[in-house]
Ligand binder design. Structure first.
Ligand code: COA
Ligand code: AMP
Length: 630
């Protein structure tokens, strides 16, 4: 446990009753070129802004100030450990700052300036972090795209963000194959209306890329580049855009600002994760997800800690002991990963024999998020690792935890199945369909009373209306999280799952709506539904159901293969879509809405009542045996 144990209730109360004072205090942890005189700007509500009169540079706060301060320059900022390429490296704060400054100079030489967008399409290599921080240094806006997405998904993000430059690696390494990135970028750019000026490629020895006229080799580019200073920006300027799955096929461009983000992340690392300068913090995720943005890159560096960048899978290579090896080798104090990663390890090494090979004496806490932490995994990890296993709940939109057990503020008793209590800054409520609070223990929609705290999304990129319509229009004065759940008698929040068409596959957030759009585009398909069903490893897996157009003659196996291939081609392998059934009809309400929730319940083995709004109960009866199939 941490040294600075405080009082959760007092901090929570103050954060809601005196948000200005609370967050101005927290802002003291950040270096400002113009310090904030006030915290919250509600003048354009429901579009709230934080630290409206302040200026800073996020890269300066993540790197330079630790170097310039004189004490931290030689401290290790980043440890790279890549079992898939059998390589390791480490960078001190000074080394990382110098590399970032030069790459910022390189981007500037390509015309990138404050406010320009840069898409980063890279695997878990140090240069991905360098590229992100170089953008921050220039006041440019990065948008990292996860490597498991297909060209079409990348194309959508390019057309929305309109990047001046794309920074990429020649390939990513999956345990079973090398994924060439350049052809994916070329395919994406073949269909985008927007064209970047340049594509910068870092060549990896496992597979180099052939460069075309607008492509530039990273090494060649930096040869002539000069280090670039940090460019101060408004606290309210965007730092990054991160696209996430919504309920439609079009992803949402979540915007993150500079000032609120820096303050909130620095505060969270100490209060929630109990990590401070010099501590080794490891988030086993990917820089393509929000977890990677916040807790691989920004928070640990803002705090002067050491971050581990791990390129690999929890089950190896070389084996399912790799997590324990990394923890022991680098003296990791806290690991943050997704429950699915532990389930994968447990499947291979149920007795956790491989833990015994490693010295975990410096390991203090395991943090899990990204999906519901099932009690079985919680108990297994607690027993096998002998450290507190801390569930915490948040989402791309918030950028940092909404509910947590605040290990550095006031550790509280852990309850399996609950991410504990609302984090200071988040006024969490459970509401019924009319927007009224429900009694303790009763399930409803989890909403957060506005304003959201610093670091959360101020809007969606270029689309204020969609921001309002998606999150603020259901309950007046509240942000809709999209999750359902309840608050128990002790004030502990229980998050039970999404109430919309977002699913969570191995901790990866995906849209069933996007998958349905791909299936519906097949010439043989009249209508379709995709639902997320329970999976003991990945939490959820998508299952598709298609109704054929009248008169279409097609071999069902051939059609299935084509549909699986189409999702892989248009969304990407990360969708893990393998299961599709041809059915006679889909159950609908009289107004034509497909009863996906009822389908999902039956598929998950629940006794679903037949909704009173159903058009034809016979269709549901016919589908039942297909849905129940294990
Ligand atoms: N680039 C290219 N392809 C990728 C990719 C990437 N960055 N990441 C995943 N893929 C591919 C995989 O190769 C796999 O392809 P396949 O269908 O050809 O096998 C597919 O996408 C699914 O990948 P994944 O979800 O990783 O499943 P897996 O079966 O390979 O591994 C786990 C399962 C549980 C070990 C793995 O999902 C895991 O470690 N999850 C941790 C979750 C996580 O980090 N979540 C982030 C939020 S905290
Ligand atoms: P993402 O935006 O990818 O981080 O996914 C966010 C979604 O993942 C949330 O809206 C939840 O549905 C789910 N999620 C994340 N963490 C948890 C958790 N600890 N418990 C339950 N669900 C979670």
């Amino acid at each position: 446990m941490g040294d600075s144990v405080g009082d959760y209730r007092a901090a929570y109360h103050r954060s809601l009753t005196e948000p200005d004072a609370f967050w101005l205090d927290a802002a003291g942890a950040i270096d400002w070129t113009t310090p904030p005189s006030r915290a919250l700007d509600a003048s354009a509500a429901p579009f709230y802004r934080w630290f409206p009169d302040a200026r800073l540079n996020t890269c300066h706060n993540a790197l330079d100030r630790h170097v310039d301060g004189g004490t931290g320059g030689d401290r290790v900022a980043l440890i790279y450990d890549s079992p898939v390429t059998d390589s390791k490296a480490s960078y001190t704060y000074r080394e990382l700052r110098d590399e970032v400054a030069v790459f910022a100079g390189a981007l500037a030489s390509l015309g990138v300036t404050r406010g320009d967008r840069v898409i980063i399409y890279m695997p878990m290599v140090p240069r991905a972090v360098v590229a992100m921080l170089a953008c921050a240094r220039l006041g440019a806006v990065h948008s990292v795209v996860f490597g498991g997405f297909a060209p079409k998904e990348l194309a959508g993000r390019i057309d929305d963000a309109k990047p001046k430059v794309i920074v990429a690696a020649s390939c990513g390494i999956e345990p079973t194959r090398v994924v060439a990135y350049k052809p994916i970028i070329d395919d994406a750019l073949a269909v985008t209306a927007h064209q970047p000026d340049h594509v910068v490629i870092t060549q990896r020895p496992e597979q180099t890329a052939e460069l075309g006229p607008r492509d530039i080799d990273w090494d060649t580019l930096v040869e002539s580049a000069r280090p670039h200073d940090c460019v101060p920006v408004d606290a309210t300027d965007p730092l990054y855009i991160l696209y996430t799955s919504g309920t439609t096929g079009r992803p949402k461009g979540v915007v993150r600002d500079n000032g609120g983000h820096a303050v909130a992340l620095a505060w969270s690392l100490k209060a929630i994760y109990d990590i401070g300068p010099g501590d080794v913090f490891w988030t086993a995720s990917d820089v393509g997800w929000v977890v990677g943005h916040s807790y691989i890159v920004y928070a640990p560096l803002l705090a002067g800690a050491t971050t581990v960048l791990f390129e690999g899978k929890p089950v190896g290579p070389p084996d399912a002991g790799v997590f324990w090896r990394v923890i022991s080798e680098y003296g990791v104090k806290a690991l943050f990963t997704a429950p699915t990663a532990l389930r994968a390890v447990k499947r291979v090494d149920p007795d956790a024999r491989l833990v015994r090979d490693h010295d975990l004496s410096r390991f203090r806490t395991l943090f899990l998020a990204g999906e519901r932490l099932d009690p079985e995994t919680y108990h297994w990890a607690t027993e096998k690792l002998g450290v507190p296993v801390v569930d915490h709940w948040w989402q791309t939109e918030t950028g940092w935890p909404i509910c947590a057990n605040l290990r550095g503020l006031e550790p509280m008793p852990l309850k399996p199945g609950s991410p504990t209590v609302p984090v200071p800054g988040y006024d969490v409520r459970v509401l019924d369909e009319s927007g009224n609070p429900v009694p303790a223990g009763q399930e409803g929609a989890i909403a957060i009373k506005l304003p959201l705290p610093p670091g959360t999304l101020p809007t969606l990129w270029g689309d204020d209306e969609r921001y309002k319509q998606s999150y603020l229009s259901t309950f007046d004065g509240y942000y809709l999280t999209g999750d359902g759940g309840f608050i128990d008698e002790d004030g502990y929040v229980h998050v039970m799952g999404r109430t919309d068409d977002v699913i969570n596959v191995a901790g990866h957030r995906l849209s069933t709506g996007a998958m349905e759009a791909v299936l519906a585009a097949h010439p043989a398909v009249a209508e379709c539904a995709v639902i997320g069903v329970h999976d003991s490893l990945k939490g959820q897996l998508p299952r598709g159901f298609v109704v054929l157009k009248a008169g279409v003659e097609v071999h069902e196996d051939v059609l299935r293969d084509e549909l699986v291939a189409a999702i892989r081609r248009d969304i990407g392998p990360v969708a893990a879509f393998r299961d599709v059934s041809v059915v006679a009809g889909l159950p609908k309400t009289r107004s034509g809405k497909i009863l996906r929730k009822t389908m999902r319940g039956i598929a998950d083995g629940r006794d679903e009542p037949v909704p009173s709004t159903i058009e034809d109960p016979g269709v549901l009866d016919a589908l039942r045996p297909v849905l129940k199939r294990p």
